[in-house]
Write a protein that binds this ligand. Structure first.
Ligand code: NAP
Length: 267
């Protein structure tokens, strides 16, 4: 059976790579797309890919008038939550690739997903090396009580910390909070230089030209430390492979899950 997909953000850097990937498959079809700039056009004309024979709309609500099985969110944090809630109301499963949603946003989405008995899979980073970093970090956090996260990205990334860092901090919070030898309120000097405390982890976000996306976590013990680091290349291909897997598997879920490993067998 063909999986019918609506992609919000299908003309963006990540969404267009995903759309081109789907165009090559027989078991999936994009039935509607969202982009304000290209509304009223056919996605195939915008992306010069004739197999993408579907209309582009300015809003998710218009696009969702087309029946679909999976709504894929790849836009910007300011519209992502309302797009996802609208998709759930229309009875579709949802994959969230957009970064910048808060834990409070996810709590609201989780409730809506349960209410509508649909699956939502939110993945801060679809790359396999990030999925593995998260898993290894969860194991390390069981044995090492102190760590800090550093998130590196290109200068014009608008959200901080990155979705990858947020998701990592959230997952480690399920293990335990990172201990601080000096409590933040006892810091002498500028407490901001200690980074932001998010769900029990200190996070430092670097935004500079020259970076693509990297995520690093350092675990420290007396006289020893462990560094786990992921670095993205310049192509969106690692995200496409993970996103296609998420689309295939999201209908096996009910409620919200965060992280691609929920649909991978990593045991
Ligand atoms: N999870 C992952 O592995 C992963 C990988 C890559 C990127 N991301 C995240 O995915 C998101 C998109 O990244 P990107 O690099 O592809 O961004 P981008 O190139 O700027 O593309 C954004 C897309 O969303 C559309 N859009 C933006 N605002 C919109 C709005 N208000 N209403 C409707 N459509 C809107 C844009 O079209 P118009 O401007 O024409 O509306 C465009 O198609 C970001 O949050 C990024 O951090 C996640």
């Amino acid at each position: 059976m063909t999986i019918r997909i609506c992609i919000a953000g299908a003309t963006g850097w990540a969404g267009s790579a995903l759309a081109r990937g789907i165009a090559q498959l027989d078991d999936m079809a994009i039935v509607a797309a969202v982009s304000r700039t290209h509304a009223g056009r056919m996605l195939g004309d915008v992306l010069a890919e004739p197999r993408l024979n579907c209309p582009v709309y300015a809003t998710a609500l218009e696009a969702l008038a087309h029946p679909c099985d999976v709504f894929f969110e790849f836009t910007k944090p300011e519209v992502a939550k309302s797009n996802v809630l609208a998709a759930l109301q229309h009875g579709t499963h949802v994959v969230i690739g957009t970064s910048g949603l808060t834990d409070a946003d996810y709590a609201e989405i989780a409730e809506a997903a349960e209410g509508h008995q649909r699956g939502v899979l939110a993945v801060g980073n679809f790359a396999l090396t990030v999925v593995l970093l998260q898993k290894f970090a969860e194991i390390a956090a069981r044995y090492i009580p102190q760590w800090e996260i550093i998130d590196y990205a290109h200068a014009d990334k608008v959200d901080a910390p990155s979705g990858t860092a947020r998701e990592l901090a959230y997952r480690l919070s399920q293990v335990r909070p990172s201990e601080l030898s000096v409590p933040l309120d006892q810091t002498q000097g500028l407490v901001e230089t200690r980074g932001a405390r998010l769900t029990g982890s200190q996070i430092h976000s670097v935004r500079l030209p020259g970076y693509t996306i990297s995520a690093e976590i350092i675990f420290g013990l007396p006289d020893q430390k462990l560094t786990l680091r992921h670095d993205s290349g310049s192509s969106a291909q690692p995200y496409v492979d993970g996103a296609l897997l998420a689309i295939r598997k999201v209908n096996t879920l009910v409620g919200l899950q965060r992280g691609l490993d929920h649909v991978l067998d990593l045991t």
